[in-house]
Structure formats: structure tokens, C-alpha cells
Design a protein around this ligand. Sequence first.
Ligand code: 3PG
Length: 306
Amino acid sequence: MKVLVATQKPFSAAAVKGIKDIIEAAGHEFALIEKYEGQAQLIEAVADAQALIIRSDKVTAEVIAAAPALKIVVRAGAGFDNVDLSAASAKGIVVMNTPGQNSNAVAELAVAMMIYMARTQFTPATGSEISGKRVGIQAFGNVGRLVGAKAKALGMDLLALDPFLTPEQIKAGGAEPVFSVEELYSRSDYVSVHIPALPSTIKSIGYDLITKMPKGATLVNTARKEVIDEEGLERALEDRPDLKYITDVAPDNYEALREKFGLRIFATPKKMGAQTAEANMNAGLAAARQIVDYFATGNTRFQVNK
Ligand code: 3PG
């Protein structure tokens, strides 16, 4: 079988070698395209691939139509909003993710972002400390729980909202459960966002929610830019000069927002939450192993389009 790794944002060289070794040791063929410019290159490369490993690369209906031999797509990472699941399902293609494999990297970035904003983006202006402050964790999954553990170790109090967990499960993770998004935002000095981009969550964080945050609060988004209503965010930052926003990755109108709000806003130019040597290795190798296992045994444990 031909396994194509297609990553606009490449894995580390060590992770690529690890993936190649796993694929070839199982008797499959390894192919790689990195830093490709546009969809045309991906469409050309998938023509004879049976398996595909991607990161945030967009696997659209067009890509799937161009890949008649494709049997499995593994998103080396957590969020699979970049894959057209119905187009894949219609062709009987299995889509998987590698949950948890890059979570620590994202959680470390979320905590770093809180400190970066608390310390006025590392300028000499007087900042504040995160110890003793309260962080509200919006979705207490793999990343959210790790953010909680790290924040607690730094002296923060934790609130968490997760509709898929019981209050007991949230308490077991060291956080106080809250039962509405309004309560989470109104009680949190920092809100750390970890919800996926779904039709129900896209643009769900807007003016009303952001302006519920207490004086001096910071919104930290290491999830997806799509979950923020950017127009609402802008109005909230205008009306509440005490609020701050930090995000991985930049909103569409970032340059204008940065000009308007200065050190109250910061955005990474390219999504970097999972961009560590460790996360590349964990997620990349897990993806390769899942493909080898799927071809060998039919294991679909991490399938997301069942
Ligand atoms: C994820 O969903 O796993 C993260 O957003 C990481 O995305 P990336 O692989 O593009 O860095």
C-alpha cells in the first residue's frame, strides 16, 4: 500500500523518519509532500495513495474524488474539522485522528499564553501574576485537563465546563464544575478555549459572552479561530478596554485589531500549539501505527466517521 504524508506545516525530520520506518517495516510504500503551495499539489499526490497522513491539511471532497484508491486518512492530531467526513464516508474511506498525542504541547502553549498576556507581552510595563487567579476551562478533554493540571500547579483556581462529563468527572480532574457557558465566562479571570469547530460552535464566542468576563480578564484560544465571532470580539475589546485576547492562530483581521488594541491582543501567525518535537513524534508515529494496524487487522478504534 502507498502511504502519503502530506503536511503543509511539516513534522520534524526525526518524526518523518520515524513514520517512514514504521510504514516501510510493515512492507508499505512511503511518500511525502511537505510545504506544498496549494490544493493542486495535494490533489496530484493523492492519485495513487491508499493511505494519507495529514495535519491541518484540507481533505476536501475534491481531494477525495482525486484519490480513487484511498482507504484511510489519519489526521495526526485531534481536530478533524479539516476533513470532509461525509465525502470520505460516501466512498467508504475510514477517517481517524490521534487523540491525546499532541495535547501536552497545546496545553503548555495555553499556559504560556496566559503568562505572556499577564506579563504584558514581555514588555517592561507592570504586569500581573496568574497565581491566585481563576481559569475557566471550556471543554475538559485531553487538552483542557492538562491545562487544568498545569494551571493548578501554578496556583490558579479551576472552573470547567464540559457537557460530555458529569460533575464528578470534572471534580476528579481537579476543577469546580460549572453548568453554563455564561457562568464560566462571568467567573473566570482567564478563559481557556478547547472546544472543536463544529456547526454548533462556530462563532459561538462573541460579544455577549466575552463582555461577561470580569474586569481585566483574558480570553485564550488555542482551539480554532472559527469558534470566535470576530466582529463580536472586536466590539467587546472596544467597549471593554480592560479585556485581552490571545490566540493560536490569527483572526482574519488581525493586523487591524493589533493596530487598534496594541498589547491587549496577540496572535500567532501560524498555528503552533502542536509544533513541538515531542508532539510531532507522538502524533506522527501514532498515525503511522494506526494505518499499519488498520491494514493488518482492520482495527478502527480511532475512527471518527463511524
Ligand atoms: C490539532 O487539532 O491536533 C491541533 O490543532 C494541531 O494541528 P496541527 O497538526 O496543524 O499543528
